[in-house]
Design a protein around this ligand. Structure first.
Ligand code: ADP
Ligand code: MG
Length: 360
């Protein structure tokens, strides 16, 4: 790979990975089929529940793992077989990696000295990074005396100290961090991204962290990337029912749907949706609508109110229709009907899903 040139993008092509020696079925794969592109300078999040394959994916990008199948490209260069050290990637792990017997300064200096950077330059960079992370006052202290938060800051600092990196990857870096510091560090990382303009990939299972940090979010589920989009895309146009219910609070309502006589209906009520009708007839069809897009409407269909949770500025109302319950988010100034409530879905934000995937 050319040494000095800055990388423009990372491409994963048909990546599959199994930790088994002889994988047979789909569930033997930690990554089932991943295609993804990260462009230069972006702030990305990789969001998904524990065990969905996030760390596996990062390790394939950094070269700690060689994928069972598929190729990794940095720009047009195939780096699949290139060792980690030559990939110019900084990876920050979930649990801090620090050298307890060294001072904070020496810990931060380590990646630079390791690469033969001149000592005056080391001093300069370490001090800059220490300022970014508010570590100036503890540079002379031994790392062993620090709290978990302090140690994770050192880990972050070690990722940020190198100037030769193409991408910085954070693997759930705030897991061990105290809640109030979490918020601070998260804003700090966002600020650093704007300052440094380096591609950052932030891995988390926490939607708030992902949506506040990233311009683009890759949502992973069970070894696949189910949607790539801006936070608004994921909210307004979930591409998979998993995205709908994983993102949002509460998540999207996913209801049984019938296709009959050229119309989609839920519990016998014909619906207008933003999706065309599905063509295949052997798939499970569902309708998805977020609680924000369900409203009381006298010309809608009849429901029964099950429960009202008053959260101040809005209420979460649980209603039942036949055997299904669904949630609605209702502004504080909306009157909740006490008799024969009826509701409707906003057609623009109501979509059909077949076997989990949106119909478009
Ligand atoms: P995440 O980071 O999203 O929690 P991982 O990439 O760590 O997910 O794991 C994905 C799947 O691969 C899980 O089922 C996990 O148990 C399995 N796995 C991860 N690392 C190993 C390993 N070293 N050996 C065997 N299985 C692993
Ligand atoms: Mg992980």
């Amino acid at each position: 790979m050319p040494e000095e040139q800055n990388m423009a993008k990372i491409t994963l092509q048909n990546i599959k990975h199994s930790y088994l020696r002889q994988p047979v079925e789909s569930q033997d794969y930690a990554l089932k089929e991943v295609d993804a592109v990260w462009s230069n300078g972006g702030a990305y999040a990789l969001l998904g529940p524990s065990g969905c394959g996030k760390t596996t994916l990062l390790n394939i990008i950094s070269g700690l793992l060689t994928p069972s199948e598929g190729r990794v490209f940095f720009d047009d260069n195939d780096v699949t077989d290139i060792p980690t050290i030559e990939r110019r990637i900084a990876q920050i792990f979930q649990f801090p990696v620090v050298y307890d017997t060294m001072t904070v300064f020496d810990n931060l200096a380590f990646p630079l000295r390791n690469r033969g950077v001149a000592e005056d330059k080391v001093k300069l960079r370490v001090n800059e990074v220490a300022v970014m992370l508010d570590l100036e006052d503890s540079l002379k202290r031994r790392a062993s005396g620090l709290t978990a938060d302090g140690k994770q800051k050192i880990s972050l600092g070690r990722g940020l100290v190198r100037e030769d990196v193409n991408v910085i990857m954070f693997d759930e870096p705030l897991t061990v961090i105290d809640p109030h510091l979490k918020w601070l560090l998260r804003s700090k990382l966002k600020e650093l991204h704007q300052q440094l303009g380096i591609t950052m990939i932030y891995v988390t299972h926490d939607q708030t962290e992902a949506l506040t940090f990233a311009d683009r979010v890759l949502v992973m589920y069970d070894g696949t990337v189910v949607q790539v989009g801006t936070p608004v895309d994921l909210f307004e146009r979930p591409g998979h029912t998993f995205v709908g219910h994983f993102i949002g609070s509460p998540g999207m309502n996913i209801l049984p749907c019938e296709i009959r006589d050229g119309a989609a209906s839920f519990a016998g009520n014909v619906l207008q949706t933003a999706s065309p009708l599905p063509t295949a007839d052997n798939e499970r069809v569902e309708v998805g609508v977020r609680p924000e897009f369900v409203r009381f409407d006298d010309s809608g269909f009849a429901v029964e109110i099950v429960k009202i949770d008053d959260l101040g500025r809005y209420k979460i109302v649980v209603v039942r229709c036949n055997d299904s319950t669904l949630k609605m988010i209702v502004d504080e100034d909306i009157r909740i009907p006490s008799e024969s409530p009826r509701i409707s879905f906003d057609p623009e934000y109501t979509r059909l899903y077949t076997d989990g995937w949106v119909v478009e």
